[in-house]
Structures are given as structure tokens and as C-alpha cells.
Design a protein. Structure first.
Length: 150
């Protein structure tokens, strides 16, 4: 008699739900309209949380599996670079002329933010930036480029 295998509970239900949500949003996105600032704020929040998760995974994996920990740490750094680009794009979209430098999209924390979502995205980005700077070097944070050889 063959016994059915017991159904194992989903170990990562919230992560799976977040992935499904991102996948659904990517399919439903209207490709004719540019993203709005709220969209980029939400995406930045998602990437920041993924950044925190990768940091924790790298710390746990590193002692027993150093090579895997290094790869996760590298992914952590690359995700930070993507998060920084989303933050810069947010500041370049209309509606924030006084807060960002139109040439670079740089955030100016010395100026008073105009309120949400500018206040929240800048505070979130600043907090995440402190975290990554404690664990990486400026060389690690340089943009990652690969040369395509044909």
C-alpha cells in the first residue's frame, strides 16, 4: 500500500505572495504610460525589504557555507545599486522640482521634503544606506559593469 506523502506547509508564504504580486503587476503594467512617483516609491520599499532579507541570508549562510555567503553578499550589493537607481529615478519624475537636482536626480536632505512619498522614500533610502555602508567598501558600491565580448 502506498501512503500519500504528507503535504508540507509552505515555508515562505509571504515571500511567494510578494513574488506573485510583483509578477502580476509586471504583466498588468500599462506600457504606454511612464511610471509615477507612487509606483517607484512602492518598488523602492519592496527592494529595500529584499535588501534586508539578502543581508540576513548572507549572514546566516556565511559561517557554514562561505562561498554561498559571498554570493549572497554580492547579490546584496547589486540589489543596493538597483535600489539607488530607483531612488534617483523617483527624484527625476515630475512633481519634485524643488527637492532634487534636475541634472543628477540627487537627493538634497538639507532641504525640507515636500512630504510623502518624498519624505518616506528618502528616509528609507538613508536608513538602508547606513546599513550597507557598514558592511561594504566604496569599491564594492561602484556600479557593476560587465563587458560583452562578441
Amino acid at each position: 500500500m502506498i501512503h500519500p506523502r504528507p503535504v508540507e506547509p509552505d515555508a515562505h508564504p509571504y515571500l511567494r505572495a510578494a513574488t506573485a504580486g510583483v509578477r502580476h503587476h509586471a504583466r498588468a503594467l500599462n506600457r504606454t504610460e511612464p511610471p509615477d512617483r507612487g509606483h517607484l516609491d512602492t518598488l523602492h520599499a519592496h527592494l529595500t525589504e529584499l535588501h534586508r532579507l539578502l543581508d540576513q541570508l548572507a549572514e546566516v549562510a556565511r559561517p557554514p557555507h562561505p562561498a554561498a555567503g559571498r554570493h549572497l553578499a554580492s547579490a546584496h550589493t547589486r540589489l543596493w545599486q538597483a535600489t539607488t537607481e530607483i531612488h534617483a529615478a523617483f527624484h527625476l519624475l515630475p512633481g519634485n522640482a524643488a527637492q532634487a537636482d534636475p541634472e543628477t536626480g540627487a537627493c538634497h536632505p538639507e532641504r525640507l521634503p515636500e512630504g510623502p512619498p518624498v519624505l518616506t522614500i528618502c528616509q528609507r533610502h538613508l536608513a538602508a544606506g547606513h546599513s550597507i555602508r557598514r558592511k561594504t567598501t566604496p569599491t564594492d558600491l561602484r556600479p557593476h559593469t560587465t563587458a560583452c565580448v562578441r
